[in-house]
Design a protein around this ligand. Sequence first.
Ligand code: NDP
Length: 343
Amino acid sequence: MVELARLTLEEVDALAFSVLRASGLSEDHARAIADTVTAAERDDSKSHGLFRIPGYVASVRSGKVTPDAVPEVRELAPAVVQVDGHNGFAPLALRVGREPLAAKAREHGIAALGVTNIYHFAALWPEVTALAEMGLVALAFTSASSFVAPHGGIKPLYGTNPMAFAWPREGRPPLVFDQSSSASARGEIQIHQRDGKPIPEGWAIDAEGNPTTDPTAALEGAQLSFGGHKGAAIALMIELLAGALIGDVFSFEASAMDNRDGGPAIGGELMIAIDPARCIAHGNRQAQLAHAETLFAKILEQDGTRLPSDRRYRARLRTPSEGITIPTALYNELKHLQQSSDT
Ligand code: NDP
């Protein structure tokens, strides 16, 4: 059994921030990343919590990521804004772009934000949630390293390319989904490998293109998109939206440039924000949101259903008082990173 260390959310935040700062990241970057890591632990999204910190540190130490990059906002069109991350991590660039994107969406009804030259190592739900909490409908798309074969092919080409969607709700947290376009997250395959367990069928193929349940063969071969050609089409769309459209790289280009230091590859992200009240004649946001609630209620009438994000919101009720756990080995690694950078 894996030995676990228990931490309060305040301890998670302090540990994340201090390790990131000790690695050489500027205060603004360390703050923005620590916020996403703490939010992930709070919401039981373990794959984007403290588990990610060693990767962030590795990419600073290898010199791949600029630790004090200052994101730059540019207006490209009345409803299009760009943030150039200048080779820094994504959370700060996204934070900087949020207000300009929201302002443009309110003014024009719909607006887009292209975030370029960033390293995205987090979940996408924080950025769409923040916009939905401002009353906007939000979408986000980003590409990643090349791990997923195009449908019918056998070689990695697409990233695990996630997309997220958030819908504002009156008096409660937004409805959010956030999902990769691959059948499984890459980290899931790595965890099966670590634990010596086979992966489910349909997640990957080996280097010869044969279906495999062996995690090592899967990591050497290619991951598969979810839902066959349908997930592959979404991965393709995300390559275009987060790459060619906003002037950034495709996953295969990012992989070719990457130094494989354990952190993320460079890439771009497209966000779209929509003001519901500007989408219908005599728009009435409250009526639109109330209408949406009738759909959510219909879903929940059926046994066995839940809304996407409700798992995270349930965790959010628990973790502020109970705290969270991480493997002791990870805790020790983080303490070591904190101290080794201190000296
Ligand atoms: P999951 O398959 O775990 O979940 C996808 C979505 O489905 C979530 O919003 C989840 O909500 C919802 N969901 C799951 N089960 C149900 C259910 N029974 N009923 C209704 N909704 C449900 O996510 P993935 O493994 O595909 O992705 C994991 C994360 O990895 C994402 O946050 C993604 O952004 C991130 N990622 C980041 C990359 C990067 O480059 N930065 C690359 C690839 C992935 P809930 O959260 O409530 O369970």
